[in-house]
Design a binder for this molecule. Structure first.
Ligand code: PLP
Length: 385
């Protein structure tokens, strides 16, 4: 299959049991949840509820009914942002946001008169908590921050930001796309009001899964309206959770796969997963510096980043490097802007983009060795651009 180093986009491989339980469900049960009263449908309900419980537990949260399933974090972020912000509101975001946040907010700015402020960020990708205080206005209705940048890997100070938000009574939405499944996230202690996650990255689950955990009692307008399996005569979305924000048939096989992935993470231990990834990051940072013409961006400090390392070769475009790695060495990495142009502005790569390796739990030092040797050849190859 080659060497997969694009885990920041989606993790691969998944634990074997993830595909197995999905197969078993689809061949042995196959029923929708929240709809039927027969035994198998009730069994499907149980599977879904157990997954809500597992997700709540993973994030140290105590109310599974406020775990809302979505099809990915982009939907979760849109649900929270569009569901909370009203005309005339002000929103504060970090300088590192993925387009899942950025485009959503820019669209509201253009179409609904929302105003927005960006918290400044250091050149190596860190937000200073105190910078947030100066941006708060009377009409600030939401603060949104990515937990770790998908371009630089830098981990953001969500605990400090959460404290300020709580003190000022402003809901705090965290994009945990890159951290859920690698870092321990405590919703209550970090004053996170809304935690958005995606199932297919470090959570090691299938694509088509994600969610929003609600530690907040404020009003969130549903993104979609439709069937919830109950109260069918009522003409609007029900007021209770999760049905208020979950509508249409759920991705039950995906949700069951996600539960199995969380079980795997808990068996391995979040701390062990983080430790292994940190060792691989250290190893990669050390070895990548052997490559001629390489520029590595970001802090190059494994205690400050998750497994995302951006770099360029000074004598070749990032697209060409990624292409040669794939075609000549079977090594898969990402090139371009990674859907987060703001973060590239910090490091001056908004026009060129960067190569990005995304290290995952199943990578080995050997994968990094192959990458480094291949990059040495790519860098010395005369066919430059
Ligand atoms: C920080 C961040 N937010 C949001 C997303 C969007 O994830 P998804 O495509 O699963 O919705 C990504 C994925 O690249 C990401 O890295």
């Amino acid at each position: 299959m080659g060497i997969y180093l694009d885990n920041a986009a989606t993790s691969f491989p998944k634990p074997k049991a993830v595909a197995q339980v999905m197969f078993d469900f689809m061949t042995e049960n196959g029923c929708t949840s929240g709809r039927g009263a027969y035994e198998k449908a009730i069994e499907a309900d149980k599977f879904v509820y157990q997954t809500r419980k597992a997700i709540a537990g993973l994030f140290h949260f105590n109310n599974p009914k406020k775990v809302i399933f979505t099809s990915n974090i982009t939907e979760s972020l849109n649900l929270a942002i569009q569901g909370i912000l009203k005309e005339g509101d002000h929103v504060i975001v970090s300088s590192l946001e993925h387009n899942g946040v950025w485009r959503c907010i820019k669209t509201l700015e253009r179409d609904k008169g929302i105003t927005l402020s960006k918290i400044p960020c250091s050149k190596d990708g860190y937000t200073k908590v105190d910078d947030l205080k100066n941006l708060i206005r009377k009409n600030t209705a939401l603060v949104v921050m990515t937990h770790a940048s998908n371009v630089l890997g830098t981990i953001q100070p969500i605990a400090g930001v959460g404290r300020i938000c709580r003190k000022n009574n402003i809901p705090f939405l965290v994009d945990a796309a890159q951290t859920a499944g690698v870092l321990n996230i405590d919703i209550i202690n970090n004053n996170i009001d809304l935690l958005a996650f995606t199932g297919h990255k470090s959570l090691l689950g299938p694509m088509g899964t994600g969610g929003l955990v609600l530690n907040w009692d404020g009003e969130i307008h549903p993104l979609k309206s439709g069937g919830t399996g109950g109260d069918s005569a009522y003409e609007y979305q029900p007021d209770y959770y999760p049905n208020r924000l979950e509508t249409g048939t759920l991705n039950v096989p995906g949700i069951i796969g996600l539960h199995e992935a969380i079980k795997f993470i808990q068996q391995e231990g979040l701390d062990n997963i983080h430790k292994k990834e940190t060792e691989l990051i250290d190893y990669a940072l050390n070895r990548l510096n052997e490559v001629d013409n390489i520029t590595i961006y970001g802090p190059q400090d494994s205690s400050k980043i998750i497994g995302v390392i951006p770099f360029n070769l000074r004598n070749k475009s990032c697209e060409k490097v990624a292409y040669e790695l794939d075609q000549n060495f079977g090594i898969m990495i990402r090139s371009g802007l990674h859907c987060a142009p703001s973060a590239h502005q910090l490091i001056g790569t908004e026009k060129t983009g960067t190569c990005r390796i995304g290290i995952g739990y199943f990578n080995k030092k050997n994968d990094i060795d192959h990458l480094v040797e291949a990059l040495k050849t790519v860098s010395s190859n005369k066919n430059n651009q």
